[in-house]
Design a protein around this ligand. Sequence first.
Ligand code: 11C
Length: 344
Amino acid sequence: QTYNVAIVGATGAVGQQLLNTIESRNFPIKNLSLLSSKRSAGKAINFKGKEHTVEEATPESFEGVDVAFFSAGGSVSKALAPEAVKRGTVVIDNTSAFRMDKDVPLVVPEVNEAALHQHNGIIANPNCSTIQMVVALEPIRQKFGLTKVIVSTYQAVSGAGAQAVQEMYDETKAILEGRSFTPEILPVSSDEKHYQIAFNAIPQIDKFEENGYTFEEMKMINETKKIMGMPELEVAATCVRLPVEIGHSESVYIEIEESNRQAQELKQSLEGAAGVVVQDNPSEQLYPMPALAVGKNDVFVGRIRKDLDRDNGFHLWVVSDNLLKGAAWNSVQIAESLIKLELI
Ligand code: 11C
């Protein structure tokens, strides 16, 4: 069987990765519509050797579409995803628009594929930094239980979009050439102040909430509980932007339910787990790094250590390509699961 597929946000960084992933997975496409905002409409995109013209997304664009991938920002999803569903399309939404809605499954197939059975037309793809963390936590939770997570992130600039990446390059060049440069995008383009990302670390990703956490941090906290089905799980997050183009890294401290467990046992639970590659050998300086994760679908885990003070505490280092497992690949995986489970 083949499917009519639409990509909304086809010209963006994630849209491009969606096209690559759909092609490399040989996704069974009957017809492909590439859609975007009015601004990007008219652009030509090559897919499997055929030119496609990007069209402006309207409610009518979804007539006859079986599955639509949305990655054009929350407001576009809010306006058009319900219109698509009305027309019988299953929407896989990569924005935060519907993630916390009770009747919208928030899915990472390695963790909660079964939640897809509850879908009502929209399935939410989680935030990139959440996805890679839960893929690493799930095999540990299954074997040893999990009670607490404290994560600090080292996030790539591509998470903030293609313009932010351009700003990092322009700024780096300006600084190296001794020229002045005024940032206008990072950390958050609509915020009042902007800071240099080149040769820097910015402890703000997305806007601040009233509780002093940023929206990115709250996404990690709330989405982790929802995906893992553990409202009682203690989660805290500090999210930091680094001058890395692609690949989010995370230092994750966890507490497990069981006592008297060793790092080697946690490592074994991760080895061979779906979507995980363990890279952990201090004697050979083997550990995950974003530069080595670019272009790969896996979540890389290393630096697995037992805490020196708490018997049930462990530390992990988790790295993944934020545009692939964090976005495009997880979305396509959801679509493949929907087909496998006969839900589209
Ligand atoms: C970042 N995690 O790195 C964000 C990007 O909710 O899907 C992804 C935003 C989202 O800035």
